[in-house]
Ligand binder design. Structure first.
Ligand code: ADP
Ligand code: RBF
Ligand code: MG
Length: 354
């Protein structure tokens, strides 16, 4: 479903059912076997489901390392504050779910119901777990919104005749999720109002504040696609020193402050990701410094403080429409960075260090 049809026929969703591994927490880094299941293409449902590693118990060490995905805490807090019932529905055994979420303050109490794979006859992609969730909440399946990162989860949600938002946990997998009602890039892109639920109230003038994060290094050569010719030069940073931090943040368009020790501190808007329009194989970090420079500064140390998120990366029907959108991003970032909540970060000492 595209966003215009969502707008035309607003849904009346009353509760949200969420998966755990890959949707709320990042367990993929630990359970490499999960990669296999996540790439499941729907052709052998039950065989693959039987191998789904989230059904395996995890050791206490592994459970301690289960990190909340971007937007997970925000979503749980928001739904709780607004009194929207939430169910956690995972193929993991109930005990394992408990161990994993016990490290996340307030999660266990936020869910009206938690259902493990050991509490239903058959795990996802069977709809059993979602039927059980609706039954326990006394809701019609059509009033339930499922949020899932994997194909078995989406398949199960649709088999239960629920509305399903897919948030693929592996990059570049969106095209496989045709059964979902909507596919988003990360939980940051969830628009609850499209489903008749209370909207997030933390967007500020088209931007979403994020906990600041920091990257820096020498400016490297990019693809030399002539983005300068397009009027959009981007001072690329190497991704290889930042694989960990990049894996913690969704691809997308962000903004913040950029420091070049010899030149000063500048407003900055950037894309991080695979540039879908160009279909890159490698992730790139592409900051556009919002200042006219008279010369290049390849090799110079560039420091970035990233303070807000604007939108996911997208494909565009033409180069002109991509350029127009990037200019719109520029306007959004320029205006937002004058707000005290963002402008204060201009003084961060990280930007001045050489
Ligand atoms: P590349 O593909 O090598 O990154 P670009 O066409 O994106 O080439 O140009 C980027 C280079 O242009 C930067 O590395 C920097 O040296 C220079 N540059 C000049 N003005 C800017 C600006 N406002 N923002 C970013 N880079 C700029
Ligand atoms: N590339 C895309 O393919 N899709 C995008 O949505 C996109 N958004 C961008 C937003 C900003 C603010 C910037 C600076 C770049 C963006 N790009 C995007 C990357 C652009 O394609 C890239 O900088 C040029 O291709 C040069 O490599
Ligand atoms: Mg560049």
């Amino acid at each position: 479903m595209n966003s215009s049809s969502i707008m035309c026929f607003p849904k009346l969703i009353k509760c949200v059912i969420i998966g755990l591994d890959g949707t709320l927490v990042n367990t993929d880094a630990i359970l490499s076997f999960q990669e296999y299941a996540k790439q499941w293409d729907g052709r052998e449902p039950l065989q693959i489901a039987a191998k789904t590693p989230s059904a395996l118990p995890c050791s206490p060490f592994q459970c301690c390392n289960v990190k909340a995905l971007p937007g997970a805490n925000r979503l749980i807090q928001h739904l709780k504050t607004n009194g929207v019932p939430m169910v956690l529905a995972s193929n993991s055994p109930r005990e394992t779910i408990h161990a994993k979420i016990s490290f996340h303050y307030g999660w266990e109490d936020s869910f009206s119901v938690i259902i493990g794979g050991d509490q239903v006859p058959t795990g996802k992609p069977s709809p059993d777990i979602f039927f059980e969730a609706a039954r326990r909440l006394r809701m019609e399946p059509s009033s339930c919104l499922v949020i899932e990162d994997s194909l078995p989860g989406v398949t199960a949600g649709k088999a239960a005749e629920m509305e399903v938002v897919a948030v693929p946990s592996l990059p570049k997998q969106s095209h496989l999720f045709t059964a979902a009602d909507e596919v988003i890039n990360s939980l940051l892109d969830l628009r609850l109002e499209n489903w008749g639920l209370p909207p997030f109230a933390d967007w500020v003038e088209g931007t979403l504040p994020v906990d600041p994060w920091y990257i820096g290094g020498p400016v490297v050569k990019g693809f030399g696609r002539g983005s300068k010719l397009l009027g959009i030069p981007t001072a690329n940073l190497s991704t290889k020193d930042y694989l960990d931090i990049l894996s913690e943040h969704p691809a997308g368009v962000y903004f913040g402050w950029a420091g070049l020790p010899a030149r000063g501190i500048f407003k900055m808007v950037m894309s991080i990701g695979w540039n879908p329009y160009f279909g890159n194989k490698e992730k790139t970090i592409e900051p556009w410094l919002l200042h006219e420079f008279t010369e290049d500064f390849y090799g110079e140390e560039l420091r970035l403080v990233i303070v807000g998120y604007i939108r996911p990366e997208r494909n565009f029907p033409s180069l002109e429409s991509l350029i127009a959108k990037i200019h719109e991003d520029r306007r959004v970032a320029e205006r937002a960075l004058d707000l005290p909540m963002y402008s204060s970060h201009k003084n961060d000492s990280y930007l001045r260090k050489s």
